[in-house]
Design a protein around this ligand. Sequence first.
Ligand code: GLU
Length: 334
Amino acid sequence: MKLDIAHVAQRAATGLLPEDSRVDALIADAFAHAAAHSEGAVADYIPALASADPSLFGLSLVDVHGEAHEAGDSGVEFSIQSISKAFVYALLCDEVGHEEALATVGVNNTGLPFNSVVAIELNDGHPRNPMVNAGALATTALIPGADAEARWLTIQHGLSRFAGRRLELDEAVYQSEMAANQRNAAIAQLLESYGRIRQDPAEVVDVYTRQCSILVSAHDLAVMGATLADGGVNPVTGERVVSAEVARDTLAVMTASGMYENSGEWLFEIGLPGKSGVAGGIVCVAPGKGGIATFSPPLDAAGNSVRGQIATAYLSRALGLNLFASASHFTPKE
Ligand code: GLU
């Protein structure tokens, strides 16, 4: 999609955010600019999501000092959906380490839809990355716990540590997705047939669906993103949630495949790791600086929030966040 940011000058990426008042002003500008857009459609393949209010729009930036800069509906809760995949992957990496995480789910983009069965078949049943459903189901299956309930509690507790508060389940979204979950059930069974998951596939789908139904606000997601931006330490609570190496590895995977089939376009325009979900959330991470999160339910054809992409693109340019944007330090020799 066209991001409507041609008028925003690209600043080079530096090690620091500008001063707080400047960040606040740019948050207000980005919000107003993106709020003027009403394109996109609310997801409806999970029945409970179809009734989302398309006018809701929240924007939050939490920096690595735990300072929040926000606009609009930044405290409104919605289901985290696919954004959970990034944080559950981080929990798994913290448990099993770099090499085993890489061997288990891979880190390459599929170039295919997030719930593709073809992508599994083309790769001998080996999930290509943890941001698509096959890899996410394999990841969830490996989270430690004696049974499905214990694995769910590990995930709920882990994501709550990222957010710095106890996150709850949206029971209605969970029930609604469970009743319409035939495709994820098929993917889990296919993974079982390839020996890629050893647990009961129905249980894995149940835990995965609960993880997707966790309620967060844009503010929560910005804190979660800021934790990955801050070497794995939650900058609000001061708690180390994952190691610095795990934060780094998770951001690499989000960069390659966090934005569905448009991960390359996102990187081209925004130049930061991001992850989006079908309820309309996006989390984006500026390493060493902070997390940016948006919530706006209308999605583009790839499944990414329209206003969320525009607001994040605006901030990436105006705040100098794009990891690839440098300015010349050339000085002629005397
Ligand atoms: N729970 C959703 C699914 O598995 C998540 C999809 C998404 O946010 O991309 O279909």
